[in-house]
Design a protein around this ligand. Structure first.
Ligand SMILES: C[S@@+](CC[C@H](N)C(=O)[O-])C[C@H]1O[C@@H](n2cnc3c(N)ncnc32)[C@H](O)[C@@H]1O
Length: 348
């Protein structure tokens, strides 16, 4: 765990409204008992092979994700946005003024609806500053969105972290504060975790909160498999490009030699586990070397690498899972079609 501020590269801008901490830089990582790359190594050496979803997000991956959000088939962003438009003020009223911390903040586009609501709330309470702490593994999108937010919100103080969820949540748990926290995890990202991984993440979130603090969750709900499969395999092929770009990211970052033309994008809904499974299918037998992590893997023809699961939730089941981590659900908002859910839970 990162134990001292000296070990984290931290940048503060001239106007003092932006602080950026890099928890993935060499100085910070030398304090970690386990390298985050270990998960990649483990994933590629198990059967079936997997690649952790965080490797979608280099600069190009973040750009492609933004394009996905605008696709006609990708109802998730539109629907979650429509829910925030109607619930943001009520949500801010329930929590009261607080620091907004966001896991996997990306472009922070939907977050603006929350920031607007908290700005209105702060004005009522005559609170001058709004604190926002975005956390994202992709430095390019984090820096770009922080810059744009500071231009648009004159009262905003940003403390960004280039970090994995694990590292940032560990740091938050180790630095409790008297300021009320709202940890947000929106955009259906909890769906990328297996049920066991989900329990682990919820426990980490709970540990980063004090009693009375809040957790805000955006989750995709179960629906017609045809709608789900189209959302992850769009007609323009943007999701396919996003999936394949993960291999290019590994090529650039770990001196790997994936030939992208030798893989194809596959997205299927598993009705038993209620999850979309995105794969990269090998078109032929091939040997891949990832020099920087000293790993060679063999792929058979048609063998698939699982690149993402996207679980579709039953809110009642998730409510119990949250409660098991002392996170008591206070309110659930959905859209008229019941396609997406936004849950607000309070730490007990
Ligand atoms: C599906 S996008 C969601 C972005 C945004 N929250 C939204 O709702 O549109 C997931 C975001 O989480 C980031 N991310 C993925 N895995 C991560 C991890 N393990 N730790 C930190 N950030 C991660 C990605 O870089 C990306 O910006």
């Amino acid at each position: 765990m990162v134990s001292s501020s000296e070990s984290i590269a931290s940048t503060t801008t001239a106007d003092n409204r932006l602080q950026l901490d890099d928890l993935l830089g060499p100085a910070a990582l030398s304090h970690q008992p386990q390298s985050p790359q270990r998960e990649l190594y483990q994933g590629l050496t198990q059967t079936p092979k997997t690649i952790p979803a965080q490797y979608f997000y280099d600069e190009r991956g973040s750009q492609l994700f933004e394009q996905i959000c605008d696709l006609p088939e990708y109802y998730l962003t539109r629907t979650e946005t429509s829910i925030f438009r109607t619930c943001a003020d009520e949500l801010a009223q329930i929590t009261g003024p607080c620091e907004i911390i966001e896991l996997g903040s990306g472009s922070s586009t939907k977050t603006r609806l929350l920031l607007d609501a908290y700005q209105r709330l702060n004005q009522k309470h005559q609170i001058a500053d709004l604190k926002y702490s975005p956390i994202d593994v992709s430095p390019s999108i984090l820096k770009l969105s922080a810059k744009q937010l500071l231009q648009d919100y004159s009262d905003l103080q940003i403390q960004g972290r280039v970090s994995t969820y694990d590292l940032a949540l560990a740091q938050l748990a180790a630095t409790p504060t008297t300021t009320k926290r709202l940890i947000g995890f929106i955009g259906s990202s909890l769906g990328n975790f297996t049920p066991a991984g989900c329990d682990r993440l919820l426990a980490q979130v709970s540990a980063a909160l004090q009693p009375g603090d809040f957790f805000l969750l955006g989750i995709d709900l179960r629906k017609d498999p045809a709608i789900l499969e189209a959302a992850y395999d769009d007609a323009q092929g943007v999701t396919a490009a996003f999936n394949l770009n993960m291999l290019q990211h590994l090529n650039n970052r770990f001196e790997a030699n994936f030939d992208l033309t030798q893989f194809e994008h596959v997205a299927l809904y598993n009705q038993t586990t209620h999850q979309i499974e995105m794969h990269l299918r090998s078109r032929q037998p091939q040997t891949i070397r990832l020099k920087a992590i000293n790993l060679t893997i063999e792929l058979a023809a048609d063998e698939t690498i699982l690149s993402e699961i996207s679980r579709k939730f039953d809110p009642a089941e998730l409510q119990i899972q949250l409660q098991n981590q002392q996170l008591h659900v206070q309110r659930i908002w959905t859209d008229p079609q019941n396609w997406f859910g936004v849950m607000l839970a309070q730490k007990q």
